[in-house]
Design a protein around this ligand. Sequence first.
Ligand SMILES: Cc1cc2nc3c(=O)[nH]c(=O)nc-3n(C[C@H](O)[C@H](O)[C@H](O)COP(=O)(O)OP(=O)(O)OC[C@H]3O[C@@H](n4cnc5c(N)ncnc54)[C@H](O)[C@@H]3O)c2cc1C
Length: 401
Amino acid sequence: MKIAVVGAGLSGLNAARILSEYAKVVVFEKKEVGGLLSSLCNSYCVEKFYHHCFKQDDYLLEVLRELNLHSKLKWRVVKVGQEYEGKIYSLSTPLEILRYPGMSFFDKVKLAKFTISAKKKNYEEFDNKSVVEGIKEELGEKLYRSFFLPLLRSKFGDNYEEVSYAWLLARVSIRSNRKLRGEELGYLKGGFAQLVEKLSENLEIKFENAKIEKGGKWTVNGESFDAVIFTAPLPELNLSFNLPEIKFQSSICALIAAEEKVTEDIYWTNFTNAPFGAMIEHTNFMPFEDYGEHLIYLASYTTPEKLYERSDGDLKRIYLSFLEKFGFKEEYVKKFYVFRAKYSGPIYEKGYLKKITPYKLAEGFYYAGLTSETNYPERSMNGSLLAGKKVAEKVIEDLLS
Ligand SMILES: Cc1cc2nc3c(=O)[nH]c(=O)nc-3n(C[C@H](O)[C@H](O)[C@H](O)COP(=O)(O)OP(=O)(O)OC[C@H]3O[C@@H](n4cnc5c(N)ncnc54)[C@H](O)[C@@H]3O)c2cc1C
């Protein structure tokens, strides 16, 4: 039995790892192992796109245990911040939230009640309602504009109006587990590159752009296989299976290695009107000593058409001139990288729940990845690893048992 896996991201690597016990597996990867979880490695390794994990990521934790990486997992309570009228406020503890001047006490209470009530709602019922409509109905125009609009823009760029209210409700229920001191996040000391490396061990990986065809058997770049598992983003698929169209968003992540930090101790900062969506200060999460320089991500989401609208040089100039308002000077910057991903996740638009991609698309042809059920309401390392496991189980059930 010979199986092709297209894509060496977490979905593909995990499916290949599991299936290797049962069959000959060949992985095809057009760019680099790790996909959206690839890293920049020099004297240390750090992810090109910021990454952390959550206590609820059960399957990711199981895989880390299996691969003997679990002892490297560090949990830290991180601070989140919000910029208001040119100043960054930490919104990590109840007291800090109470003191925050950007919202009335009444609105803060409304928001807290909303978080509790979201968990009790059956989010699926709201899949055809837009997130904008849902928030305005539940919380009013003022909270929508002052609180949710900047967050939606930072998460979905210009596509935010298409997003479903179901997505917000599902997202709030899975993520509202904050401690009184703030939110607890996990990170693999030394970087998630170690997870990618361990998953890839002993796999046959061909660095080729996969072209899939169906004659008598499935072929990938002319080589025949009993089954193909496609784990790349669907727009990369060169075949049609009459699947509903899913819109994707793109990501731009600038990574700054610097001599100084921007905020004292905040990990994640949201801005009301910035040229990027959010600022993630990695070295306010993991110790500076692990890297010897401060690491700051400036992340935004956009559309595939606008991904290269601005050059790296323009982004650097625009971003750094914005950060100057917060006391961060260009002379602090040692290196400035820009990473871009054309298909970095689906847009959870109205009606998305009906579009989720099944694991089996045709006889001998399977899918696992960003649009699998496990990656709703948020694509994640946990969701992609689990999609890889579930598709492998389906292949085993169909062909190998
Ligand atoms: C900005 C950003 C931040 C994130 N932060 C977090 C986080 O904090 N926590 C978390 O849990 N998750 C996070 N994620 C999500 C996580 O990275 C993804 O869910 C996961 O890595 C996706 O893995 P995948 O294998 O499903 O898809 P991908 O990583 O997209 O893998 C698909 C692979 O297929 C390859 N490919 C494409 N076309 C072809 C072809 N024709 N032939 C061969 N190969 C092909 C691609 O090069 C790629 O390597 C983040 C993602 C982004 C973009």
